[in-house]
Every structure is written in structure tokens, then in C-alpha cells.
Write a protein that binds this ligand. Sequence first.
Ligand SMILES: C[S@@+](CC[C@H](N)C(=O)[O-])C[C@H]1O[C@@H](n2cnc3c(N)ncnc32)[C@H](O)[C@@H]1O
Length: 391
Amino acid sequence: MTPAARLQAAIEILDEVIVSTRDDGPPADAIVSRYFKQRRYAGSKDRRAVRELVFRAIRRSAERPQSGRCVALGLIEEQPDLGELLGQPRGPEPFDAEEPTAEASFVPRWLEAELSPLVERGEWPALLERAPVDLRVNAARTTREALLSDFANSDPTPLSPWGIRLPPESRIDDHPAYSAGLVEVQDEGSQLIALACGAAGEERIVDLCAGAGGKSLALAAAAPRAHILATDTNRTRLSRLPERAARAGAKIETRLLNSPNELAELADWHEGADLVLVDAPCSGSGTWRRNPEGRWRITPDRLDRVIATQERLLDIGAELVRPGGRLVYAVCSLLSREGAGQIERFLQRHSSWISESPPIGGGRIDGQGRLLTPGHDRTDGFFVARLGRPC
Ligand SMILES: C[S@@+](CC[C@H](N)C(=O)[O-])C[C@H]1O[C@@H](n2cnc3c(N)ncnc32)[C@H](O)[C@@H]1O
């Protein structure tokens, strides 16, 4: 592909990403892969170059742009030599003076007031930096020290005792330690959520929003004799868990739930769990480093809906905790209403519950929980709170 054709490809992909973020479609990464599956003539250098243009363009614009061309125009303003590609064969048509340019910004304007006050303006660029690849060592089978030298350019993560940090874009799918179930890819922030749970011994644990089981697996590695039930309403995600558990040598029971009947389907666990983890669906504002187009997905309506779901899931989780047990709430979000505000409202509804300090390093106190941020902690953004049910 010529440089002009690469720029045109980036514009076409950006158009698809814009539609996808409006209609709840697949992530930008998947759209890039699909685009090139249909164009086998493109080589790996073309793919890399186009992907780089697409992601630079997405990172640059906090607001969903009108079209791929207007984001590209923003890129051209920053890098004028791209402008020379306009009008070349297979390249984009030249722009006319009237065409709008996507404005450069980090955070959608309407969300600025929703951010936790801890995330000051100086931290905003870090929300979009390329994230490292963090691995979690399977503590049930090996140690970090034993594995560190198996990975080139690796460092121990500073906050999680289980973490190994690799440079951005590192691939480990065919590394022998991965195939042997000795490591999983997991951001250090996610590892800290599992640590905050303090799972131990033969505890009975429910991971209510388990997804594909990232945190269930970390809990199983920390407490291999625990009885862990992983539930979710998403069949596709949950169905990936048994295979991952088998690779890690972990015993995790799964149960697919049907919203809005979750509580009835968990009747056998009513007041029966030592620990319930509610890793709730959220705005994803803590993961913009990986999914910068997430800023284009979120709308005031969607945010209100997800906040209502979090509240409902917290109340369901609370019903499953035995007297004297604990509930850990986490969201990969930096928005106060999803984090500190959500817990403040929970404690108003459940006035006998007490907030406990999550036993983790890093983060800053935010209301009754802790907030990890890319700028302060070099992790994805997470809010985590630990709540104890009185005996
Ligand atoms: C943040 S993700 C969980 C990520 C997962 N814990 C991990 O570590 O990889 C939130 C999950 O909540 C699930 N979810 C949404 N509504 C739910 C509900 N009503 N009951 C249970 N899970 C729900 C979603 O399907 C999604 O997988």
C-alpha cells in the first residue's frame, strides 16, 4: 500500500469506528482486524502503519467526530506532510476549506465534571498513554522471581506482588509460560482488585460479574482451596472461563444468569458467601489507554443506565454475603458517580454495613474507597471499595 492508500484506509476504518461507538458495536481493534481480513493484499507493515494512524486519530479526539475525514484533518494539522498525500492515487480526496476538523482534547467536555476530583488536568494526558502489557503470575503454581528472567525487557510491577510488566504491544500467546498456565495477561490495577478481596483458605466466594474470569482466576490463584462461583449474564464471555481455568489448573464453578432474575438464580448462595466481588459494568473511563474510542461510546443516558445497574448489582451482592462476610466493589472508572458516589449511596441504603480499608498499596483515598489512576499509579483507572456486613 502506498502512504496515500494507508491514509485512506485509516479514514475508512475511522468511519466504521464512529458508527460502531454510536451503535454499541465492536471495539476499534476488532474493526481494524476485520478490515484487513477482507484485504489480504495488505502486508504487516501496512497493517501496523494504518493501525497507528487510526489510534493516533482516536486518541486525539475526546468527542465522537462527524466523520473519519474530520479526524484525519486534525492529524494533518499536526503532521503537515500527511497533507501531501491528499489527491494522490488511492489517497483521500483533497479537503475543502469548509470541512470541519475534529478538535484535540483528552476528556469529553460533558464528562469533565463527572471525573473524580483526584484526577486533575495535569493527569489527563496519562489517560491516553499507551499501556504496558502486565502479566499476573499464577501464584498457585510458581513465583514471580522464577519467571522474570523468562521474559525479555520485563520488570516486576511496583504495586502487585504477582505482576510482571512488559513494554506496550508485547505478545505472549505463544510463550511457553502462557501455554503452561503460569501467567495470564492482566493489568496491575485488576490484580490489585483481586488483592483487595483478601481471598483465603476455603472461603466461599461469588464473583458476580465475572466476564471471562480475569479476577476469578486471580482469586483462585490466591486461594486455591476456595470454592469460587463465577457468574455473568453474558454467555459468550463466561464461556471462555472454563478453558482458562483448566490452563491455570484452577477450580471455578460457572453459572450463567438471566437479568433481572439474578437473585432467584442465586438462592442457594443467599447469605452464604464469605466474599462477594462485584466488578460491575461501567463507563470504562479507566481503560481509555487501551480503548480510547470508549470516550465516543459513553453518553449521559448510557452513563445513567449503567449507574442504575451497578446499584442493583451491589444490592444483589449484599444479599449473598453471610453475616460477618465482605463485599468488594470495583469499577474500571474514574467517574465519581460510579465510584465514591455509588458507595456513599450504598452505605445510606445499608446503614449497618461498614467500610473497610482495602489491603493494597497504591491508589489514593476517594470517599470510602481507593482510586487507582494511570497518572498516579501507572495502572488502568479503578475505583475499589470493601464493605463489611456486621455479624
Ligand atoms: C467489568 S466487566 C467484568 C470483568 C471481569 N470481572 C474480569 O475481571 O475480566 C462487567 C461484567 O458485568 C457483566 N454484567 C452486566 N450486567 C450483569 C448482571 N445483571 N449480572 C451479572 N453480570 C452482569 C457484563 O456482562 C460484564 O462481563
